[in-house]
Design a protein around this ligand. Sequence first.
Ligand code: F6P
Length: 341
Amino acid sequence: MRVGVLTGGGDCPGLNAVIRSVVRKGVQEYGFDFVGLRDGWLGALRGHVVPLDVASVRGILPRGGTVLGSSRTNPFKHDDGPRRIEDTLAAHGIDALVVIGGEDTLGAAGELSRRGLRLVGVPKTIDNDVAGTDYTFGFDTAVGIATEAIDRLHTTAESHMRALVVEVMGRHSGWIALHAGVAGGANVILVPERPFDIEQVCAWVQSRFRFNYAPIVVVAEGAVPKEGQMVLKDRSRDEYGHVRLSGIGEWLALEIARRTGKDARTTVLGYIQRGGSPSAFDRWLATRFGLHAVDAVKDGDFGTMTALRGTQIVRVPLPDAHTGTKVVDDSLYDEFEVFFG
Ligand code: F6P
């Protein structure tokens, strides 16, 4: 059997670990051969197919990014997208696909699978917001990077007795903000799921200063004030309709300074959270997802994705496009309110 592998959406640490384990087990245990499709669904549309064998995956386990390239291409936004993908698979003798992506890439995979494409999904994203799995790989690495940044910001904030706002990624979900904020001892954590009251944020900041402590405010890029809107970088949208965020951290620092009279600055962590080597946990999870994905191909269990449930890897149906977002629920967020202020 010939299996194609593609990585779509925003890159994240651990993608190469999946590619490696899919290829290693597929070749060694099942005698499959493999090809890569470059840049996610774009390569499938354009017929950009590259060789992929055991030699080409050697040494990639600890490397960030993806050796296959990635893009936010939505095959349903291109003329004849599904048919062009079928043509690519037929032209290269590809019998099945392993699709590694977040909710958008996997949503498209789910739709293509319903139209008859033989594929298995593997969930990835630093945001940890794919429904059906307890964790996605990439998340642990991002939380580690953000936590280290918060630790560092504490000492400089204390030295100058100023408020420091840390903007982390998370468009629709605040998993990175919540985990890194808790691990880093933040005084305020703001997530997209809970529109915030700027007066309350300033009250928490003030109370921290009263204890002679410099406050750290962690905010997800998609967080919104109760009376306001998401802060956009520009008005452009990707092929899945997502706007570009970033700016809420800057807005918060200005508001905090204006309303409290205290000095406030912002650090935007941005792509630092996505780059570089995966953590040990992400290598472990990505490797297991890859092993189980190739088993699903072997079993002909198409239209499924690998998922982590507790410590078990299971197979679940691929998510429907746009219904796959896993968000922070109120009760979890409320657990940590004791640390605010
Ligand atoms: O989906 C992962 C993510 O890193 C989000 O947290 C962030 O909003 C988005 O990707 C940024 O995407 P892009 O790579 O298109 O700038």
